[in-house]
Every structure is written in structure tokens, then in C-alpha cells.
Design a protein around this ligand. Structure first.
Ligand code: GCW
Length: 675
């Protein structure tokens, strides 16, 4: 197996935290801890962290609830960390404070203890004072999930950091790396993981059979020790593809009975299983449409089968007609999620969650928020984002996505007077839901550094932290990640902050303009190809001609803008009110049209592409100052990526500018070089 790094849980660099040096023991005031893997893992984590960061390993004292650590320290003048359960706190939350010379992590369940443990370690790594800590934290989103698009042959769909560490040669892997993965994920609050690709084919269809269930169970137990529930993606047509039935009609009694029996077996063998994620009737995957049934029929059939075991069915809303003709101006892929699901609002069982991509298209660098958020009022909802950077530089370019995620979460849907943001909805506040949260298509693989680009790890780290504490700003999360990963050097912090915070705006500037998206090389989605998708069947058009560019989604066009609640609908529908960054998403606009910025569309295209490259040059230059300040290997890897990004940003700039110069015939006011 390939070696790999420990990222933000690396304990090999000493931290200077004087207070921690006096801590000699860990006192567990919880009975039956032998039974509880989470408590054991918390203790081990603390011991390992102290040993590495401070240089001495605290000893374990069991105190099965009788005495207190403080009492012990009182008599000896020594310090320790006490783990204690206390009733009455919210699920998964913790209180971290000090009492009579001890640091106490108090929670009402063992997940809370684990999260408090990782918080304490984070504070140590950031060299913060420990004995004055007094913080109570409760995760805002109930479901904090990673979706892996890993295939059982070891490949990863849209994977940019090596092969799968869950699967190789059609086998499930359970090893040290799996455990370290679980530690990394849990340390930022992740509590659910889907291990396999939503495109479930071939061997993956068999994950719910004898062939794999023992291994699935083993993996689920490793996860459970870190508070993570294992989920699998399911093949909707499994009864047919496993050769057992000739139909998967959700309203057939025989099919329902087959699933009931199947789930009885699966949950019997894997009691820790959380449930299933399903992509149905999309991009060639099977689904209830084959039988003239609805998504609700399909989801509810499965939900009934998993309900006796507390299972959850997560049903994706990424459903669209991918057989469009470019001459067809009526069909609008952006509408399809809404059109397919809005009419079903209220018809899903309570253990079904609809998983909705952040935008109506597909993880472009800029999209409006999906109109199902604020549309649906009677259905459990989860937000899906993609930290695998499929359309945002594939982990070769730096693109820190947390600022984008914060914008999405803060978007007001106007579904209610107050508490109407996406964040309110997916944290359950708007509709009082508990089956909700956020999922990210994750960016990990078996590369030594897990994420290809070392700094792409900030997206993994940040996603977890965001779900747990969405009140943190993207800057705060970035700063935290830098310090826990690379230590507390001011220059390192300042430069890496600059790089992270500049990266999304830079990427947006030198790629596709004003919300139009899609000008990527077909299939692999890396690099510019302005017309790459313009005549294909996927519904992804920019509609540029010699006069203008953009898709008319106003009331005169596809009507998509009107799917939002007011005032959003009127804002998007009106060229004069629509925000610049989304203008071409909603309207077909002449190149000579003046933006709110005062520039014409064409001049904006030129300027932003030149500026984007300048920012990247500045980023690369700043980065190079960190030679000798970052671990050598990491520095070399990142330096190579920044060199590539510089070059590749130029390719984007030149292709886009040349294309629009030729289409429009309008010169750059500043007469810069356009090919
Ligand atoms: O557009 C796409 C990606 C596919 C992906 C799909 C989805 C897993 O290019 O690779 O399939 O989104 O989200 O289902």
C-alpha cells in the first residue's frame, strides 16, 4: 500500500503549548467504556496527540462515574483531561471547559465526546490557551455527509487524486488507511459516508449481496468507531440486474416484497448501516420512469423496506433529459430538477431525503441556487455540493470553495418571513425537519496527500467544519486549516490565506464569464473548449452568436427565472436587476450591453480574463516565498501545480478572448494581445 500523510491530524510537529505540558492523565468518567469504541478512540487520539505534539503520553485513569478527575488533581496538584457524560445536552454536542485544574469534555453522547476531543486537539495545534476554554458546540446540520464516487475496480468517477482507498479489484479494502480516513472525516464532524459511486453498475450492484456484506460490515464498524454511518449507493434495478425478478416496478407487490426481504438481510448483516443513496432515471441510470411511475413511488418503496431498521433513503434530484437537440429553445435543463420534483412535494415518506445539487445545472463555478430550495416545503432536503473539482480545476488549479458554499447557504429563498435561507432549510430550522443536512462529492483518493493538490485538503476540511458550524466564515475556516496543517507561522498563514481567498474569484475570472458555464472540454471537463458542448445533447448551451451571448431563461424564454419566489423571480427575470455574475445564465445579452459595473459585456470578458491570469501570477509568486517554510515534498508538489495553473490560466484566457473577439468583431479597448 502507498504511504500517505496525516494532513491536519499530523502530530509529528511539536506544538508550543505550555499548558498542555502539565497534563499527565486522562480520566474517563463514563461507565462501560470498554463497550464504546468512540470513547476508546477519543482516549487514543488524545494520547497520540499529546505524545506527538507535547512529547508525553497521558496515562489513562478509569473512574467509572464515581469520583471526579478534579478530586484526583486536587489531591495531587497534577492536571488531566476528563471525559464525562452529562444528560440534557443536545445530540452530538459538547462542552469543553476547565474545572479545578482539569480540562473537561462533557457531552450527552459519545459522538459529542469525540468531537470535543478533536476540538481540543485543534486548539493545541493552534497553540491556543487551553485552561481558559469554555465553549459549547452543537452541530447545526444533522446530516454531514461525504459522497464518494468510487467504483469497485478502484477507479473514481471525477477523481483527481489517485485511485479509491475503499475498493480495488472488485474487493472492499479495510486497513489502516480506512481508519485514518475515518479519523480525518470525524475530526471535522462528518457523520455519514456513502462509499460507492451513484452510478451503480456491475460489481457495485452486488454490494447488497452475500458477496460483500461481511466486508461492508467490517468497514461499517471502523466507521462506527468514529461516529460515522456507512451508506451505499443503490442500483434501482437491482432485482432485475441480480437476475432475481424481471421487473423493478415500485408498485408491484412482488418487487416490494423482494426489497423488504433484501433489506432484512442487509440490515441483519450490517446493523450499523445508515441507508442508501439513489440516482434514478438520470444519465442512463434505471428508475421508476421505466414503469410509468414517479420518483415518489420509487423512493417510498425503498423507504418502507429500510424503515424497520431506522434506514434512510436519499434520493437525488439530479434528473434531466439528456437527449436535447441544440435547436430546441424550449427544453431547459435548468428547469428539470424543479419540474420533476416540485409536483411531488409532500408525497415522500419521512425517512426519504431529497438530495439537491447547489445549482440547477451541474457544479459550475457560478450558478444560481437551485429553485427547489424554497420551492419544496413538505419534503426533507439535503444540499449537495462537489468538492471534487470537476468543473473548478480538477485539483490541479487551486479553488477554495468555501466562499461559494457560504454564499449558497446564505441565499434567501423567501419561503417564509424569516429563517428562509438555504442554511435554515438544510439545518432543519425552516420546517422543523431532522432528516436534512449537507453532502459533498468528495475530493479524496489514494494519493500520498489524499487530495492531489495539497491545498485542496482545505475543501475537505472546510466542508466538514462548515456543516458543523456554518456560522464560521470561509476565512475563519481557512485560517484554522492552515494552522492545524502547517503550524502557526505568520508568513505561512498570511500567504496561504491570500492564495485560498483569491482562488475562487480568480478561477471564475479566467474561465467562463458571467454565470454562463460549460465552456469546457467535453467528457473530461478540464480546460477550455468554448463550443465543446454547444451542439451536443446535454442541454448545456451558451447560445453565443455575433451579436450576443447567454440563455434566455426569463418569462420570454424558458421561464426558469419564474421558478423562484419573489422577489428573487423578478430580480432574475429582469435584465436590469439581475446580478452581473449571473446575467448570462438568465439572459441573452448583446456584447455591447452595459453591465452594472459600467463595462460592456465584451469588455468585461476581456478584462476579467486578463485580470484572472494576473491574479494567478501573483498567487504563484507569493507561493514561491514559502520555500523552506512548508514541508519540502508538499512545497514541490504545490509548486508544480501552481506552474501548471499559470500556464493553463493563459490557455483559458486566450481561447475565450479569441473566441469572443472573433464572434463580436469588437476590439479590446486596451488593445492587449488577443489571438
Ligand atoms: O455531470 C455529472 C458528472 C457525472 C456524475 C453526474 C452526477 C456521477 O459529470 O460524472 O455522475 O454529474 O452527479 O450524477
Amino acid at each position: 500500500m502507498m504511504g500517505y500523510e496525516q494532513l491536519w491530524l499530523d502530530y509529528t510537529r511539536k506544538a508550543s503549548c505550555g499548558e498542555a505540558e502539565g497534563i499527565e492523565y486522562i480520566c474517563v468518567r463514563i461507565s462501560d467504556t470498554e463497550q464504546d469504541a468512540l470513547i476508546q478512540n477519543s482516549v487514543k487520539e488524545l494520547q497520540d496527540a499529546f505524545e506527538g505534539l507535547v512529547g508525553s503520553r497521558p496515562t489513562l485513569r478509569r473512574d467509572n462515574g464515581a469520583g471526579t478527575g478534579a478530586a484526583l488533581s486536587g489531591s495531587t496538584g497534577r492536571h488531566g483531561i476528563c471525559l464525562a457524560l452529562r444528560e440534557g445536552m443536545g445530540a452530538e454536542s459538547y462542552h469543553l471547559f476547565s474545572e479545578k485544574g482539569d480540562i473537561v469534555i462533557e457531552a450527552s453522547d459519545s459522538r459529542g465526546i469525540l468531537y470535543g476531543t478533536f476540538d481540543l486537539i485543534r486548539q493545541m495545534k493552534m497553540e491556543e490557551p487551553l485552561f481558559t476554554l469554555d465553549r459549547t458546540k452543537a452541530p447545526l446540520m444533522p446530516m454531514r455527509m461525504l459522497n464518494h464516487w468510487d467504483n469497485m475496480d478502484g477507479s473514481i468517477e471525477r477523481g483527481y487524486s489517485g485511485e479509491s482507498f475503499f475498493f480495488a479489484d472488485h474487493q472492499i479494502l479495510v486497513n489502516d488507511r480506512t481508519r485514518d480516513y475515518a479519523r480525518l472525516a470525524a475530526s471535522v464532524g462528518i457523520n455519514a459516508v456513502v462509499i460507492n459511486n451513484v452510478n451503480v453498475k456491475d460489481a457495485a450492484t452486488w454490494l447488497i449481496t452475500d458477496r460483500y456484506l461481511d466486508k461492508v460490515k467490517e468497514l461499517s464498524e471502523v466507521f462506527a468507531g468514529y461516529g460515522i454511518r456507512l451508506y451505499m449507493s443503490l442500483n434501482y434495478a437491482a432485482p432485475v440486474e441480480l437476475g432475481e425478478l424481471d421487473s423493478a416496478d415500485p408498485l408491484s407487490d412482488q418487487v416490494g416484497a423482494w426489497w423488504n426481504q433484501k433489506m432484512k438481510t442487509v440490515f441483519g448483516r450490517v446493523p450499523n448501516l445508515g441507508g442508501f443513496l439513489i440516482k434514478a432515471d438520470s444519465e442512463g441510470r434505471p428508475g421508476p420512469f421505466t414503469y410509468g411511475r414517479t420518483h415518489a413511488d420509487g423512493a417510498n418503496m425503498l423507504a418502507r423496506a429500510v424503515a424497520p431498521y431506522g434506514g434512510i433513503i436519499i434520493w437525488r434530484c439530479f434528473v434531466y433529459n439528456c437527449m436535447q437537440d441544440w435547436r430546441d429553445y424550449k427544453t431547459d435543463r435548468a428547469r428539470s430538477g424543479y419540474d420533476n420534483f416540485m409536483g411531488l412535494d409532500g408525497s415522500f415518506l419521512d425517512n426519504v431525503i431529497l438530495q439537491i445539487k447547489n445549482g440547477p445545472m451541474d457544479f459550475q463555478v457560478r450558478e444560481p441556487v437551485h429553485p427547489l430550495f424554497g420551492g419544496l416545503t413538505k419534503t426533507n432536503q439535503m444540499l449537495e455540493v462537489q468538492i471534487a473539482q470537476e468543473y473548478t480545476g480538477q485539483q490541479r488549479h487551486l479553488c477554495y470553495l468555501l466562499p461559494m458554499f457560504q454564499e449558497i447557504l446564505q441565499f434567501r429563498t423567501y419561503v417564509k418571513e424569516g429563517d428562509d435561507t438555504v442554511r435554515d432549510i438544510v439545518s432543519g430550522r425552516t420546517f422543523g425537519q431532522h432528516n436534512c443536512g449537507m453532502a459533498a462529492v468528495v475530493n479524496t483518493g489514494n494519493d500520498e496527500n489524499w487530495t492531489g493538490h495539497d491545498m485542496a485538503a482545505a475543501n475537505w476540511y472546510g466542508f466538514g467544519r462548515l456543516c458543523f458550524e456554518p456560522e464560521l466564515s470561509a476565512e475563519e475556516i481557512a485560517r484554522e486549516w492552515i494552522r492545524v496543517t502547517y503550524g502557526n507561522d505568520d508568513q505561512v498563514e498570511e500567504i496561504l490565506m491570500f492564495l485560498l481567498m483569491s482562488s475562487w474569484p480568480a478561477y471564475e475570472s479566467y474561465t467562463s464569464p458571467l454565470g454562463i458555464g460549460w465552456m469546457v472540454t467535453p467528457n473530461n471537463h478540464y480546460g477550455p473548449s468554448v463550443d465543446g458542448y454547444e451542439y451536443s445533447r446535454w442541454g448545456t448551451y451558451h447560445r453565443a452568436d455575433h451579436e450576443g451571448i447567454g440563455v434566455d431563461r426569463s418569462h420570454e424564454g424558458t421561464g426558469y427565472a419564474l421558478l423562484y419566489r419573489e422577489p428573487n423571480a423578478s430580480v432574475y427575470d429582469n435584465k436590469d436587476k439581475c446580478p452581473d455574475e449571473l446575467l448570462l445564465f438568465f439572459h441573452h445579452i448583446p456584447y455591447t450591453w452595459k453591465l452594472r459595473s459600467g463595462k460592456t459585456v465584451i469588455q468585461h470578458i476581456y478584462d476579467s480574463h486578463f485580470e484572472g491570469v494576473e491574479i494567478v501570477d501573483e498567487m504563484a509568486e507569493q507561493f514561491m516565498k514559502l520555500q523552506g517554510k512548508l514541508p519540502d515534498r508538499a512545497y514541490e508538489r504545490m509548486a508544480a501545480r501552481f506552474r501548471e495553473q499559470k500556464e493553463h490560466a493563459r490557455e483559458w484566457r486566450d481561447q475565450i478572448n479569441a473566441y469572443f473577439y472573433r464572434k463580436s468583431g469588437i476590439l479590446d479597448e486596451r488593445e492587449r494581445k488577443i489571438y
